[in-house]
Design a protein around this ligand. Structure first.
Ligand code: WT7
Length: 680
């Protein structure tokens, strides 16, 4: 890709265009349509004029330097962090193991808080939070924290954790709703050098237990509950169930959020407010090695067991911060809102670490974007004068479905930049986002990255890069993005291939917690010397990246990554199930919906509500977001002679494609399997 970017043709400032100076949206545009047909949106001149990076030439120079002299490039960029001790070497690369900024020391919470206060910005608002409950046209609860106030809370929390026995190097689990305490707890861990592992509040007790056990967490921070669509999510109850049989987990800190009565185990559980009230608002940040593990975040892979992705302090923080400048073009007066939960990597990099390292004012909203009414999200944008909105295609598609009257009721003129993340955005959704929400004025940044990359890897620079709806556009500086064939050779422009990253980058994952072999196997065994992303993609004649989706056994449901094997292992955990195969089916709203093919144990009748029970069983094992859309019973699953389930066939069946049409019966599947075996 370096080659194609360097050669990127100058694009005309005017798109092949229609009335109003905007390109005509194409009907039925699909991602693999030839790029020549894509409309091109140049950066709006008014935006470019004030932007940090103002032209494609400026971007190209930065990119070229990052590829030709990577160490000099990153050494220069690393000046944007505050170092307690300067580093000796930029990179130590013993493929596939990287160490960045070796010898350097710093503290992430100090970079996110103290230094801004020292620079005279203690009074700037760091967090604006609103809870979900809503009455009389206003949220029932709102809280704001200046940088000075946030630091005081982080210090109190760090002191409290220390008093509970947390030391540098320990792991702390965080299982909270989207409340300020989530960010405070993360930063408090960072202050002590305790490695946090945030577990999304939508995960079930079983999923929570697996992750806490794998991480070897000593302390858990949770809440009495959280609000979601007007209902209480029983986090503490889940935590209690998870904690049975976790001897290494010594203490539980419970944030009072809903006020619901919960059971508190004497000697183990303590309320957050009680633990913090006796602590001083001052706590010296611990100077940590650049490579110190800042956090572990579990994500799905191709086996039933989630992977604990480990991120290192300095490289991660550096790229999270830089991408705030490059991609979000962050300005001092922005009100920045990334709608992700802190339980996902987007919440780590673009709710907490990136924006706070760059001294942003960050909006946090606890609940559903369409609660209690479909326009809640637009109401927040208007009330809070949000300037930057970063959300997921699945959310955008649900807004489209709800209707233009909802954004139409609100003044969205504060918005200046819109972002998308989590899955490929279909051009229709892109164009709607641009026209209806951005009112044709806001650039759209479609950001491609992963839990493992730590930070955005491919995205437009909004003041510089012409955008094409559906393309994440060009790689960010330092990211050696390539699309290759199975031999690792770059495929010609326009051809599909495997998306890989050819050089180490500072925010890359360092390992899989407790399973270093899996790190090598998962990411570095497919293409020699290169990191394999698991995605398929193509690069068009202009060097633009079009991500086509996962090509491994991972699916992306409403922007949440799920391993098909994880859902399968949940299903076979049910006493009625003999075997299960899970595939994705294209879905208008979620991007991909989960379809499970299940064979029952001999003698088990497919009783009336068994499908419903199996769906519920998956929700209990993993979380409601993993509940299959559809369960189909089959007498047998189609397999190759070697016993491998023929997923491609099942995908076709699930999508209603292929020779069997819509009316696939159980027998058809085995017949198809037999036929397929004949062919091989
Ligand atoms: C996978 C990573 C990145 C934070 C949220 C998801 C897909 C992500 C895009 C995009 C096309 C995208 C990929 C990737 N993905 N962003 N802009 N265009 N696909 O993080 O759970 O680690 O999932 O999400 O398939 O591999 P994640």
């Amino acid at each position: 890709m370096a080659r194609t970017v360097d050669d990127l043709p100058r694009m005309s400032a005017e798109p092949a265009s229609a009335p109003g100076g905007l390109p005509e949206p194409r009907q039925n545009a699909v991602i693999d349509t030839a790029s020549a047909e894509s409309p091109v949106f140049p950066p709006p001149p008014a935006f470019a004029e004030r932007a940090r990076i103002k032209s494609l030439e400026e971007y190209r120079a930065l990119y070229a330097k990052s590829m030709h002299e990577p160490e000099a490039f990153w050494a220069e960029q690393a000046k944007c962090l505050q170092w307690t001790k300067p580093f000796d070497r930029v990179l130590e690369w013993q493929a596939p193991h990287a160490q960045w900024f070796v010898g350097g020391q710093l503290n992430a919470s100090q970079n996110c808080l103290d230094r801004h206060i020292a620079d005279g910005h203690g009074g700037k608002v760091a967090l604006i939070w609103e809870g979900e409950p809503f009455a009389d046209g206003r949220p029932r609860e709102e809280r704001t924290f200046t940088y000075a106030e946030l630091l005081a809370e982080v210090c109190r929390c760090a002191n409290a954790l220390r008093a509970l026995g947390v030391k540098t190097g320990d792991r702390v689990g965080i299982y909270l709703p989207l409340v300020p305490e989530a960010a405070i707890a993360m930063l408090a861990c960072a202050r002590l050098g305790a490695t946090h592992s945030v577990i999304f509040g939508g995960f079930s007790a079983e999923a929570l237990r697996d992750r806490l056990a794998d991480a070897g967490a000593k302390v858990l921070v949770t809440a009495d509950g959280g609000w979601r669509r007007g209902a209480v999510v029983p986090l503490k109850q889940n935590a209690d169930a998870a904690l049975a049989g976790l001897p290494h987990l010594e203490r539980v800190v419970v944030v009072r959020r809903t006020g619901e009565p919960v059971s508190m185990k004497p000697g183990r559980d303590i309320y957050w407010d009680e633990a913090l009230k006796r602590e001083a608002p001052v706590c010296e940040p611990v100077a940590l090695d650049a490579e110190h593990a800042l956090f572990i975040l579990y994500t799905s892979g191709t086996t039933g067991k989630p992977k604990g992705v480990v991120h290192a302090t300095a490289g991660y923080l550096l790229q999270a911060a830089l991408t705030m400048r490059w991609v979000f073009d962050l300005r001092d007066d922005d009100v920045y809102w990334c709608t992700a939960d802190v339980g996902w990597v987007t919440g780590h990099s673009y709710v907490v670490y990136g924006p706070l390292a760059e001294r942003a004012t960050v909006l946090l909203y606890e609940g559903a974007p369409n609660w209690p009414e479909a326009d809640r999200i637009w109401d927040i944008v208007e009330r809070r004068r949000v300037t930057t909105l970063y959300t997921a295609p699945t959310a955008i598609r649900s807004f489209i479905k709800a209707g233009d009257q909802h954004p139409g009721k609100h003044d969205l003129s504060s918005l200046r930049l819109l972002g998308s993340v989590g899955e490929p955005i279909n051009p229709e959704a892109w164009l709607w986002y641009h026209r209806v929400i951005g009112e044709g004025r806001c650039p759209i940044v479609d950001t491609w990255w992963q839990t493992e990359t730590g930070a955005i890897a491919v995205a437009p620079i909004p003041g510089a890069t012409p955008t094409k709806p559906g393309s994440a556009t060009l790689p960010l500086p330092g990211m050696a993005i390539e699309v290759v064939d199975h031999d690792g050779k770059p495929v010609p422009p326009g051809s599909g291939g495997m998306l890989v990253i050819g050089k180490p980058w500072p925010a890359m994952l360092r390992t899989i917690h407790g399973d270093p072999k899996r790190y090598v196997q998962n990411y570095f065994s497919q293409i020699r010397g290169k990191y394999f992303t698991g995605d398929g993609a193509r690069i068009d004649g202009d060097g633009y990246l079009w991500v086509m989706g996962r090509i491994d056994d991972v699916i992306n449901v409403a922007g949440h990554r799920l391993g098909t094997a994880e859902v399968e292992s949940a299903l076979v955990g049910h006493p009625a199930v003999a075997e299960a195969a899970v595939v994705g089916r294209p879905d208008d709203l979620k991007g991909t919906a989960i379809v499970a093919f299940v064979t029952l144990k001999t003698g088990t009748a497919p009783a009336g509500d068994l499908k419903e029970k199996l769906r519920a069983h998956v929700a209990t094992a993993i979380g409601a977001f993993a509940r299959p859309e559809e369960v189909r019973f089959a007498d047998a699953l189609p397999k190759t002679r070697s016993g491998k389930i023929m997923r491609r066939l099942l995908r076709d069946v699930a999508a209603g494609k292929g020779p069997q049409g819509d009316t696939t019966t159980l027998e058809d599947l085995s017949v198809l399997a037999a036929l397929r075996q004949e062919e091989e």
